[in-house]
Design a protein around this ligand. Structure first.
Ligand code: NDP
Ligand code: MG
Length: 339
């Protein structure tokens, strides 16, 4: 069984005594920095000088510096930069400023688990990974609640790292909901498998295949879009709130029966065997090797695949249909900005 930890298990005092650097003021960065600051901790933030995030942090009233400056100042350094840039920034701007007894922290285990970053033995290494996006971590904190967190200790020369990880989790609101102790290995491998097989990979291919099946059979793409993509949200919201049973309870008996008798014809033994192969490539580091090389090469495959997705029929019809739904315009604007 896993251990759960709550506010009563976490002592903020161990973190209160530390100088805390938050590197990156994006989704997670802004939430950790603002929540810890509001919890009374001594926080400084780093981002790229003059960037939008930098300006946001300044407006939010936080003390700011470059990565090198705040890393030198701090005892605890939380790395909330995009995972694929962490190694480069670590080598150039963080590692030169690490002192024995410092603590390096992450919100995802990839770079430590796959040895892209190998901190010195005298440095403590921990992870605090909220199970939700930064805006939710911030909003729930302000509401007096919290997002459940995973935490882990990778190396612990001080003997204090678990207490520090729990204090951090409490400072961002996580132990109000509950924190689960894990390892860098388990967090990294389950996260990669989940996004590949189920969340991002599996669900997107399921949606495209359903859409293509209906359109190839002569049905209007607009109907196929609503049926296979748009309505996914209604179903996922039910899973989120009450699991598979609430979904079954809420849909019609026809949908429930049809789904239960046909779903296993979609996810077949062959699909399950492929899931095992995907998991194996995560576990043996094949995926990590591929992704690190892809980044080193400038993401050529990524760019091709992204363009192919944008050109897919479901995306064409989706752009038109979402214009009918005024409340969805913010999402469209984000895609256009990011190109
Ligand atoms: P974001 O992309 O939202 O934010 C990253 C921030 O780092 C941005 O402000 C970015 O600035 C800044 N940045 C990028 N490069 C540099 C650099 N060289 N020097 C200084 N600042 C830089 O990342 P996330 O918050 O999503 O992810 C951070 C970590 O949290 C990752 O390890 C991720 O796996 C983990 N995580 C994320 C979750 C999520 O839901 N988003 C959930 C749990 C964990 P700019 O905008 O200018 O590029
Ligand atoms: Mg994830």
């Amino acid at each position: 069984m896993i251990n759960m930890y709550y506010d009563r298990d976490a002592d903020l005092a161990v973190l209160e005594a530390k100088k805390i650097a938050i590197l990156g003021y994006g989704s997670q960065g802004h939430a950790h920095a603002l929540n810890l600051n509001d919890s009374g901790m001594n926080v400084r933030v780093a981002d790229r000088k003059g960037s939008k995030a930098w300006e946001r942090a300044r407006k939010d009233g936080l003390e700011l510096g470059t990565v090198a400056e705040v890393s030198q100042w701090a005892d605890v350094i939380m790395v909330l930069l995009p995972d694929q840039y962490q190694k480069e920034v670590y080598d150039r701007e963080i590692a030169p400023h690490l002192k024995p007894g410092d603590t390096l922290a992450f919100a995802h285990g990839f770079n430590i688990h796959f040895k892209q970053i190998v901190p010195p033995d005298e440095v403590n290494v921990m992870m605090i990974a909220p199970k939700g996006p930064g805006h939710l971590v911030r909003r729930t904190y302000l509401d007096g609640k919290g997002v459940p967190c995973l935490f882990a200790v990778h190396q612990d020369p001080s003997g204090q790292t678990k207490a520090l990880a729990l204090a951090w989790t409490r400072g961002i609101g996580g132990t109000r909901a509950g924190a689960i102790e894990t390892t860098f290995k388990d967090e990294t491998e389950t996260d990669l498998f989940g996004e590949q097989a189920v969340l991002c990979g599996g669900s997107a291919e399921l949606i495209k295949a359903g859409f293509e099946t209906l359109v190839e059979a002569g049905y209007p793409p607009e109907l196929a879009y609503f049926e296979c993509l748009h309505e996914m949200k209604l179903i996922v919201d039910l899973y989120y709130e009450g699991g598979l049973s609430l979904m079954n309870y809420s849909v019609s008996d026809t949908a429930e029966y049809g789904g239960m008798t046909r779903g296993s014809r979609i996810i077949t033994d062959q699909t399950r065997a492929e899931m095992k192969r995907i998991l194996r490539d995560v576990q043996n580091g094949e995926f990590a090797k591929e992704w690190i090389k892809e980044n080193a090469d400038g993401q050529p495959e990524m760019k091709k695949l992204r363009a192919a997705t944008q050109a897919h029929g479901i995306e064409q019809v989706g752009v038109r249909l979402r214009k009918m739904m005024s409340w969805l315009n913010a999402g469209q604007a984000k895609i256009e900005v990011s190109g």
